[in-house]
Design a protein around this ligand. Structure first.
Ligand code: PLP
Length: 425
């Protein structure tokens, strides 16, 4: 029996939630979600979400990459409950054991000499911290980012993000930010000069439509930054911690950035957290004499750090990076098989590890495929900056049988979209 949060019936719970969204949260979004058949989530465990009516779903949207360990991994939940009985949030005036331990852990895991961490509460805050760090360290104004990039929606991170529809209503954004084509080292080389504080790049663009750059691209970015004295920021908010079949996306090219941002999977999907990890030389150049220039009241709180420490243990103990590689290959092969069967609907399936993007021939198909998947008990999601690309991004704990089930549902959903819509322009 699914929890009803005090409502008299499943239908009453749905009506209450929908009305609250419509009146008090986001009226147009509420209507779109209702039209696409979105139920109310009431509980979750592992790769399964249960809705208000008791129906279960394989979670292949995965909280847009948050649920690397699935929902409520027992070891992470236990660590958080345990910490809750001691201390929940930092008093901020004293040393904090868990924040220090987590920073040490990240220094051990991160490539090269990346070793000084700053903790925030979300991905966009991690990016804000990294951009500020680069500016303060280099005393330079300019930032170079890539078209289609997604770095978050606070003003600094939005300035680096690469989709006009999200940026235009807020112009002017941060001055001195330029965008170049993703994956194109020559285009990057042409704009990175002695004015540039940082180049920020995702090892694989997630929200940009799951764009995997050519092999060696990150090494080129590294060399271009070195030549110009610019800070290389790898935004690993989505690609980090196993998602792409390596511990970090940068490992695909064996590259050590100057700063790496993390969030999403870092605390195992139980307590929000964001972080950047920096090389000491960069951090010291910015903050050695001014330790309070960039701070966060809630960042690195005990609950988040307890969750993250447990999550990193689970990632190692359950060998989830290897599982992401194996299950990712299975998922991509299956999605490509569907693409081959329905070439009028699916242009391409691509990805790295368990970040798989399905590029549709027309945006119109997605509005049918996602609800058809939901009907068949599988969640999937759009990518934020590419309107024709759907992402399949399940937890790294997903089993081979669960991938097969989701692929069968995906194939049937694509077939149904083709049946209903025919060939769209
Ligand atoms: N950076 C990347 C690469 C992301 O994918 C995202 C979110 O999707 C962000 C930053 C922003 O993270 P948040 O939504 O936690 O602010």
């Amino acid at each position: 029996m699914s929890p009803l949060y005090g409502a008299a019936s499943p239908a009453a719970l749905f009506d209450e939630v929908y009305e609250n969204y419509r009146k008090y949260l986001n009226p147009p979004l509420a209507r779109v979600m209702k039209l696409s058949g979105s139920p109310v989530e009431v509980s979750a465990e592992g790769c399964i979400i249960t809705d208000h009516a008791g129906k279960t779903y394989l979670d292949f949207a995965g909280g847009y990459g948050v649920f690397t360990l699935g929902h409520r991994h027992p070891r992470v939940v236990a660590a958080v409950k345990d910490q809750l009985d001691r201390m929940a949030l930092s008093g901020r005036t004293m040393f904090n054991p868990l924040m220090g331990r987590l920073a040490k852990r990240l220094a051990e895991l991160a490539p090269g000499d990346l070793s000084i961490s700053f903790f925030a509460n979300s991905g966009t805050e991690a990016v804000e911290g990294a951009l500020k760090l680069a500016r303060a360290a280099t005393k330079r104004p300019a930032i170079v980012a890539t078209h289609g990039a997604f770095h978050g929606k606070t003003l600094g991170a939005l300035s680096a993000s690469g989709r006009d529809a999200f940026r235009d209503p807020f112009l002017p954004l941060l001055a001195g930010v330029r965008h170049v084509a993703f994956g194109d080292a020559a285009a990057l080389r042409a704009v990175v000069d002695a004015n540039v504080a940082a180049v920020i790049v995702e090892p694989v663009q997630g929200e940009g439509g799951v764009n995997v750059p050519p092999a060696g691209y990150l090494r080129d970015v590294r060399a271009i930054c070195d030549a110009a004295g610019a800070v290389m920021i790898a935004d690993e908010v989505q690609t980090g911690l196993g998602r792409c079949g390596e511990l970090f996306g940068c490992d695909r090219d064996g590259v050590v950035p100057d700063v790496m941002t993390l969030a999403k999977g870092l605390s195992g999907g139980v307590v929000p957290i964001g972080a950047y990890v920096a090389r000491p030389a960069v951090w010291n150049a910015a903050y050695a004499k001014q330790p309070l220039l960039h701070t966060s009241t809630f960042g690195g709180n005990e609950l988040a750090c307890a969750a993250a420490l447990a999550a990193l243990d689970v990632l190692r103990d359950e060998d989830l990076v290897a599982n992401a590689r194996a299950r990712g290959a299975q998922l991509l092969a299956g999605a490509q098989a569907t693409a081959g069967r329905y070439p009028a609907v699916v242009a391409q399936a691509r990805g790295a590890g368990l970040l798989v993007g399905v590029e549709l021939r027309s945006e119109g198909y997605g509005g049918t495929i996602i609800p058809e998947l939901l009907k068949r008990g599988v969640t999937a999601a759009w990518t934020l900056n590419a309107q024709r690309v759907i992402r399949l991004e399940p937890p790294l704990i997903v089993s081979a049988a669960q991938v097969e089930t989701a692929l069968a549902a995906f194939d049937a959903a694509v077939a149904s979209a083709f049946e209903q819509l025919g060939t769209l322009p």
